[in-house]
Design a protein around this ligand. Sequence first.
Ligand code: ATP
Ligand code: MG
Length: 602
Amino acid sequence: MKLSQMLFVTLRENPAEAEIPSHKLLLRAGYIRRIGSGIYAYLPFMWRVLQKVSQIVREEMNATGAQECLLPQLQPSELWKESGRWDTYTKAEGIMFALEDRQGRQLGLGPTHEEVITTIAKEMIQSYRQLPIHLYQIQTKFRDEIRPRFGLMRGREFIMKDGYSFHTSEESLKKTYQDMDQAYRNILTRCGLKFRAVEADSGAIGGSGSQEFMVLADAGEDEVLYTEDGKYAANVEKAISIPKKAKSSPFNSYEKRETPKCETIDKLCNFLGCSPSNIVKNVLYEAIFDNGKTVLILVSIRGDQDVNEVKLQNELTKLAHNYQAKALLTLTVPDETAQKKWASKALPLGYIAPDLADDYIEKQKDIEPQFLRFVDHTAVDLKDFVTGANETNYHILGANWGKECNLPKLMVDLRKAKAGDISAHDPNQKLKTARGIEVGHIFQLGTKYSEAMGATYTNEQGEEKPFVMGCYGIGVSRLAQSAVEQSYDKDGIIFPVAIAPYHAIVVVPNISDTEQMAVAEKLYNELNSQGIETLFDDRDERAGVKFKDSELIGIPFRITTGRSLKDGKVEVFKRATKESQDININEVVSIIKNWVETAIKS
Ligand code: ATP
Ligand code: MG
């Protein structure tokens, strides 16, 4: 392609709308253009990158025996009502764009496709003989994200590969899950990315496991905890670890003491001269379930630890039926305004004890009249601890469970693992932290959707059984941008060869020089005919501008027909290493072909 004939507009300045390097660079280099919040046009370079990523995804998926299809983006609400997700997706979370057609029927724009695919399986798969089956698609998804940001990283319209598999047994599901694990590793390796596969939270869905694929980059929205021996890696939402031992308590007899202005752990420790690990802190949460019920929660946890809210959400989801609810809608630390809705009197904030009286909750319809009390394992083991006295400016010291404090019945792991903790698999390993961009997520769903939607097959014994399902997503557009986030320098993008929009660019420093033009044109044609996807910068621009642009857009190899022509050579520049060398004109095509092939293979 000749640049003079392309829509080719680069920006020298960083666009104000972009915060992270990859977003700035993709805008500056003319790959994408913002059309609205979380809505982007994929311009010709970007579209080529996306097609290359898609092709790699497709090849690796097909190699596992999965079959490509294309499912509708417009989805009737009935399917989502069957699975029980319509209200949560359109109202509670509000992630699904919902609309009404001219006949007054409700439809949603697909954020994901479990409902559609399960309906197809229900109607088309009758017998165990037809299983296992794995279908996938590469398609635009719609999600009304609360905070669309970072360009293609979190869009409201984005491209995803989503696959769904159907099985007769957990065993068969595990086999496909393993195949997907390998396929995803192959995809990311072929795209030239540094990544880590991590244990992930399976959330409300349960099932026997899920794994995320994280592209490692400082701008990543996720935190990964891992050990150096390579045996453990998990999303912080899911991670477990062994906390440091608590210091022994300096308070061996019980007393209530005045502790003015000690509403934080730090202030209290300073005032009392004790360690945060001597304290039981009591964190207040407010949960709202899908039937409108509000439940107030108290979590007692050791003072040097934090609550993992994802773990807490999972516990609450398990208890939803106790409140005649199906799902948890929101979980928040209630601020003053929120407290006013249910508190009968001012709460002793900062001085709360595990047994804060239930009469702080005003009797009202839709508000559970009692606190739901959890205690984390780190607090259960404490002796002679410090905790609030349920009275502002007072704490109790030297307290013990069963004596001065009742131990909450719900003893669970709610602790957030953190860097520096001892790993659960080996006491010699400590957890380390890294930032990651979640580009893929594979999931053992089990029978959640098939049971909800009555999707069954007949097994060998002639019994009706729900399908055992798996689902596997990879964010094609997010992956493409994350490649840039992982590979750039001050001059621009450094695309991995396998997904670069073009492999090479021929630059003519001076287009009025007929020899320069003739050699360039010849090389451009030869390279393309040899399968090296090549651009031709034949614009009437200064050489400096052309060099800058070629570096900004990140084309791996640049060939310049300049001064060395007099020796029968051209200058060849490698974008990744910035090495330049002069190569004989008659050798350059085969050399570059070799470089491209080697890079794509490795
Ligand atoms: P996140 O936690 O980042 O919101 P998710 O867990 O909701 O993502 P999945 O439903 O697992 O996402 O979707 C599969 C993949 O699709 C993700 O791993 C990610 O790569 C991609 N993806 C999800 N949401 C977006 C988005 N808003 N923009 C771009 N890609 C996305
Ligand atoms: Mg996910």
